[in-house]
Design a protein around this ligand. Sequence first.
Ligand code: F0G
Length: 432
Amino acid sequence: MQPHLVCFNAACRAQFGITEVIYNCPHCGGLLEAAYDFSAIDAPALKRIWRERRMSNAPLEQSGVWRYRELFPFLDNDSHIVTLREGNTPLLNAPRAAEYGGLASITFKHQGFNPTGSFKDNGMTAGAAQARRLGMKRVACVSTGNTSASMAAYASAGGLEPLIFIPNGNISYGKLAQALEYGAKTFQVEANFDQILALVRVLAEKLGIYLLNSINPFRIEGQKSIVIEMMDQLDWNPPDWVVLPGGNLGNVSAFGKGLREMKALGFIDRLPRLAVIQAAGASPFYRYMKEKGSFEPEVHPETLATAIKIGDPVSWPKAQFEVETSKGTVESVTEQEIADAKAIIGQAGIGCEPASAATLAGIRKLTATGTIGRDAKVVAVLTGNVLKDPDYIYRYHTGQLKAPDDTPITATFGNRPIVVPNDAEKIAALIS
Ligand code: F0G
């Protein structure tokens, strides 16, 4: 069996060639996923080989994505790969953050250590490789900022022309600045993420541009490496919970697929439970999973965590499957909860962008209700770097941050800069 694409919809499961340029099933409109013949996989041997590769100076072995390429073998040769040495993100313990979250201990997997500062690099290196393999010249995405920063970098590094579509005025300057610096043609559209995605899909079709949103199944394949690397770092002992923020729900889809495949192939002996945390103002998946009616998009999503300001997440059917299969859960958190949790992660010397802090805010709620036990082994995935959104940080610490509905956010853990005269004695008095 050659690598192929298959419709995710259980009632369809139609198969397509791995080089077909499709983003949804042409028969039923369902989401697509990559499938492989894994019968030759030897888990103990690969665990050894992957460790040995860490000592190599070869670019692909140094990549914390491609080191694990045997679990996403969709390419026919490696020459299409563009690597910026993505992945290789650390597991960090943070006792004070654990205490805040109601846990005895917590481990952060910090995807903000990636080349462009977010988890998107794990998937983008894979999506860009597929674009090059297909002979594409131009690639496009709509983004709340991180996907566009990542796509701009990988496309430019790989000789592709990046076209970026972002909601005007609604992404952080750090992310917009990256897109410009990495040379992307950048369109600021007067619409929200969900509306722009529909627009970009039309443009991609019309102009033959390759779409690199997380609906692209190869992005998801690359993002599986986040949990593969996580398990490698944990010596293949799965935690009880993996907690992550949810926006368009591509990442939870990737985590679920990667974990299920690792379990089926004997890399791990059980599945961690997946907990997806959404911002209350952009939480259609949370509502759907609680109420189990039909999936209703949030027409006017609102949150200062702009990375996850998405009302109509495309990957919700996959996300539902992965949360249910792992016996996981979905939680929502307020703007104040996100802001305070973010400051706590900062005080640990770790830091992250607002969307990432939804994890700790969610954990605090889930331990309070007993869903997550105090002694549970929890890995929370920090999806983006602290420097992605410095404006938010400054406003929080100086008591100027306001929620989208204008409610002031309390600077519970605020840390104001102190303006002082050029006078050693006066400054010394302030310090002591
Ligand atoms: N955290 C950060 C920092 C993100 O940038 C995103 C998504 C998410 C979490 C949510 O991940 O969409 O897979 O559920 N950002 C996308 C973007 C939408 O355009 O950069 P998801």
